[in-house]
Design a binder for this molecule. Structure first.
Ligand SMILES: [Zn+2]
Length: 263
């Protein structure tokens, strides 16, 4: 098998997905272009955010920042055809991969009953130049030793991602959080797989959805303005074009990559 056969198309034979992340803007750094493609296909995609990103803007107190960032996220979602956006109210910057988050994520999975759960890269660090064909198949675990350094992934991202994997199993099991059934949330064993956005051997052709992705990220205007003097439109385009660049071994002008975990 040559290296050019390594990257495969992400399966699209499903109807409903939830995208589960830690913060407003996490989805918009590339994944939103795939979401735009999926909603264009008529799929039902919904967002679940563990926090409101209220600790994300220097100089802006959380009580003011949280509602502002929720509003930016809702507008980002609308740009790519997502109308259902849910915030679980965990504290930004202090997410813990523990039972409280597992229970809340399991409850969300039971509420929405998705076929697919999408989340974000949760390794300890990432390297922006990584190519899909060079990436480990597990999307994160192999990178945790940091042999070559890279950008440190946030504590929230690490906690969130690994908890999503656990919560999918919890959502299916009637005995782990029995209080959820008492609240009317029946077990949901219908998740086929979990897609982790980041390095991986599955790709989505987003050639027709780069502009939607840029427009989606641009909605985080207040957040992006706080990062530096560069105009929001320039910053958004640079970021999305980098994440949706052509991948070696995948025949598409623009692509985003995922690691797939079987549920
Ligand atoms: Zn984040």
């Amino acid at each position: 098998m040559s290296e050019f056969e390594v990257v495969r198309s992400l399966p699209e034979d499903w109807t409903r997905a939830i995208v589960v992340v830690a913060h407003p803007d996490d989805i918009e750094y590339g994944c939103a272009s795939a979401v735009a493609r999926w909603t264009d296909q008529g799929k039902d995609v919904r967002y679940v955010l563990a926090t409101s990103g209220e600790a994300g803007i220097a100089g802006l107190p959380p009580a003011q920042c949280g509602p502002l960032r929720e509003d930016e996220e809702r507008r980002s979602a609308a740009v790519v055809g997502v109308t259902h956006v849910e915030f679980l109210g965990h504290r930004d910057g202090q997410l813990e991969a523990g039972l409280a988050l597992r229970r809340d994520l399991a409850a969300a999975i039971r509420r929405h009953r998705p076929d697919v759960v999408v989340t974000m890269f949760f390794g300890h660090a990432w390297r922006p130049d990584d190519d899909a064909a060079d990436a480990p198949p597990d999307g994160g675990v192999s990178r945790q030793a940091l042999p070559d350094g890279g950008f440190v992934n946030s504590a929230d991202h690490r906690a969130l991602g690994v908890t999503v994997l656990d919560a999918v199993a919890d959502a299916a099991n009637e005995w782990i959080f029995p209080e959820l059934a008492e609240q009317g949330l029946a077990p949901w064993p219908g998740v086929h797989w979990i897609a982790v956005s980041g390095p991986g051997r599955y790709a989505v052709d987003v050639s027709d959805y780069v502009e939607a992705g840029v427009a989606s990220l641009e909605q985080h205007a207040r957040y992006l303005e706080a990062l530096g003097p560069e105009p929001v439109a320039v910053r958004a385009r640079d970021q999305v074009e980098a994440v949706t660049r052509r991948r070696r071994g995948f025949d598409a002008e623009h692509a985003v990559t995922f690691a797939l975990y079987r549920a």
